[in-house]
Each structure stands twice: as C-alpha cells, then as structure tokens.
Design a binder for this molecule. Sequence first.
Ligand code: NAD
Length: 325
Amino acid sequence: MHILLTGAAGFIGMHTALRLTGRGDTVTGIDNLNDYYDPALKHARLERLQALPGFRFQRLDLADRAGMEALFAGQPFDAVVHLAAQAGVRYSITNPHAYLESNLTGFGHVLEGCRAQGLKHLVYASSSSVYGGNTKMPFEETDPVDHPVSLYAATKKANELMAHTYSHLYRLPATGLRFFTVYGPWGRPDMAYFSFTKAVLEGRTIDVFNHGDMKRDFTYIDDIVEGVLRVLDKPATPETEGGAPHRVFNIGNHDPVQLLDFIACIERATGREATKRLLPMQPGDVPATYASTRALHDWVGFAPATPLAEGITRFVRWYREHYRV
Ligand code: NAD
C-alpha cells in the first residue's frame, strides 16, 4: 500500500512509519517540524526514517491549503494515517491559534484531499481528552462527550464530527482512534513520563499536579501502533448502503495508574529516588482516564500487551542511550 502519514516526525508517527515500511508499505510522510518541543528530537526521528527504503518525506504544513492540494493531486494514496496535530492540553490554554490552525483548518485540508481522491480509508488520531471530566469508568465510546475541558479536546471532538460528516456526505470511510496517554522510546518531552524521567536522572524536583491524586491509562507505543495497523488493514466496509462508515474507538491500556505509583515505577527503572513537589490541579486537566478497549477488541482483536513496568524500563533505557546519561 502507499500510505500518506501526517505527523511522520512525531512520536507516534515515527513508530508507525517504522512498522509500515518494515512490512513493505510505501510511506509518504509529511510534517511541518514545528518547535512545540525540541526540534532536534524530530530531526533525529526523521533521520532514522529517511534511511529506510519505502519512506519519503515532504516538509509541509497542514494549514497550507495550496500545498495540501498539490500533495493529494500529485499521487494516489491507498489510505491516510493522520497523526499530525498540535498536541498537548496545557499548551492549548495559552496558545489557542496553533490548535485552530493545525487541528481544525489543517484537518479540514486532510479531509478535502481524501474527498478529492475518493480515498478508501482515513485513520485519524482523536484523544481520550474528548471524555473531559467523565466520572463513569471505564470510558466507553458510547458515553456522552459534550463537555471538553480544553480547546485541544474540543478540536479533537470537532475532528470526529467533521470526519463523521465527510463519511456520510462524501462517502469517505473514516476511523478515529482515541489515544490514551501514549509513552515509550522516542517519546514526547512535553509529557509527564518524559519530564519526570529527565528530572529524576538530573536530580531535580518533579512538579506533581493535583497532589498526585490523578490516574492515567498509560499506553505503550508498540500497542498503539499495533492497534493503528489493525484498524488500517481492516476494510472499512459500509454499515449501510447509504454512506461510508465512520467509527471511533478507544485505544488504551485498560489499566489506569495513580501518578504517585507511576513515579515509583520510574524510580525503580532509573534506580533513583524522586524529589516531589505536590501542587494543585492545572486548568484543562482531568482527574482520571480509563479506556474500555472492548469495542476495539471486538472490531480487530486489539488487546494491550505491554505492562507499565516493562514499557517504562524500555523508555528509560532509550532515554539514557539517546541522551547519554
Ligand atoms: P507529536 O507532537 O510528537 O507529533 C505530531 C507531529 O505533527 C509533530 O511532529 C508536529 O511537528 C506535526 N505537526 C503539528 N502541526 C502540524 C501542522 N500544522 N502541519 C504539519 N505537521 C504538523 O505528537 P504524538 O504524541 O505523536 O501524537 C500524534 C497524534 O496523536 C496527535 O494528533 C495527538 O493529538 C494524538 N494524541 C497523542 C497522545 C499521546 O499521548 N501521545 C494522546 C492522545 C492523542
């Protein structure tokens, strides 16, 4: 297959590109290589990918309408895996424009490109953040999600609505995946597992929000990529004769962990003790996330396979090698 992968220099994008090219697919990767976090890390990921046969890269911003139109006009794709977005809940509180441009305008351009091509399947990244402050656990796809607590969450919910509209109006088969706190090697420096590990190894104090009384359904990157590929490979057959299907699935670990237990896990993996500063809840944060993965299991047999201790050990090993600490 020839797959367009957006966000190829990103954390999940790089791992997805590795798996796709590894099994013989051709991948056209795009990314604007922005400086939301250390661009050197994005360049290092890209360097790995560019050494692979079957991978080609174009630096392109999703919000560049003419550039996106030219991309889709230039070559047919069998499917699109759309992972590029302005990520991060906290950053969205102070930088709304980045989210409006990349996640709304940019996503619109992706949908338009898919429509113009009569694409067979669009798989796109949504987020557990659409559940907002849901207290009913675990989160199920059928739960009402009408109270996003950050603009980031609102743009991800908007993506689901936009894809849904394109599916029935223009017969674009689309599947949204609500990722739950993804971690692993080559991960994102703006996320807690990364900054906590860095701080512990450098002997600095960790800021722990909501006094540590927070639960996250940490999901290992290989499990996420496995789910993305399974969804991509399953033909997006119509449910009715009228339109193309739009489906949304959780993809998580189904095993939420308290933040303080998570830090203890990092302490064991690094062999160092963390110094913690307990702080109140941050705006936009939610107290807990917990994925029901039943629907994705029923659809493609997905089941998370990596226990937290093993995943964190692999992350810490990568971190030490990559940063030579
Ligand atoms: P990431 O930031 O590492 O990757 C996103 C990539 O998209 C980056 O390389 C960035 O440069 C690129 N990008 C951003 N805006 C762009 C634009 N306008 N044009 C072109 N490229 C652009 O993030 P990630 O963790 O790999 O996340 C991938 C997707 O999964 C995102 O849509 C994110 O919102 C979603 N997600 C991630 C998590 C997680 O825990 N990592 C959780 C929920 C949802």
